[in-house]
Write a protein that binds this ligand. Sequence first.
Ligand code: NAP
Length: 205
Amino acid sequence: MTIKSKKIGIMGGTFNPVHMGHLLLAECAREQAKLDQILFIPSGYSYMKEDQNVLSGAERLKLVSLSIADNPYFSLSDMELTRDGYTYTYETLELLCKDNPDAAYFFITGADSLLSLDRWKFPERILSNCSLVTAVRGDTELQEVKVAAERLEKKYGAHILLLDMPRTDISSTDIRARLASGRSIRYMVPEPVAQYIYEKQLFIR
Ligand code: NAP
């Protein structure tokens, strides 16, 4: 067995926009899975989000870069934004593993992503190239997530670590709705992110 010298967390997301829930998830994963680095990868074009008002890749990238600027463990990749067509997680992981054979990858998710992962493209190719680190928000979710995790472990030999994380119900959907109706998003996103959103009038009709 190859010994991997570095443990890298992948924080993939649409990040439309990035918020404190994403950052807290990444930080809990870093601490509990003892990761050396977290790589934020904003998603490219997603067939699952075609009906949503998604900012351009360049704008989502800018917001993520503002949000992680003060954390030396967090870095950013535009690799999904520079690929044409739909972007799939199995491809991203295969590219990363090929380019960095010394690294062990940990894909960080919330519970919803874990519950739907079976329906993503080539789940077996995702799970053979990374472990999952999944946040559980609340007791009801814990039971559901445990069942789903066991199923993925049996079916694909997945390695899954469940994270203990304080519950925050911040969501990108709620932030967009707040902006559209003139309500505050203060403390839901880092201050530089809020400033950029207001300056560029993003999500504000
Ligand atoms: P997102 O909405 O921007 O969220 C990113 C992650 O943060 C999700 O796992 C989400 O959990 C979590 N999160 C959001 N708010 C949170 C909070 N308040 N507390 C804790 N966690 C929170 O991203 P997304 O659009 O779901 O995409 C996630 C990743 O999955 C991306 O890398 C995307 O490319 C990938 N994906 C791949 C496929 C495929 O390959 N076919 C299909 C779908 C998604 P939840 O999961 O609970 O929302």
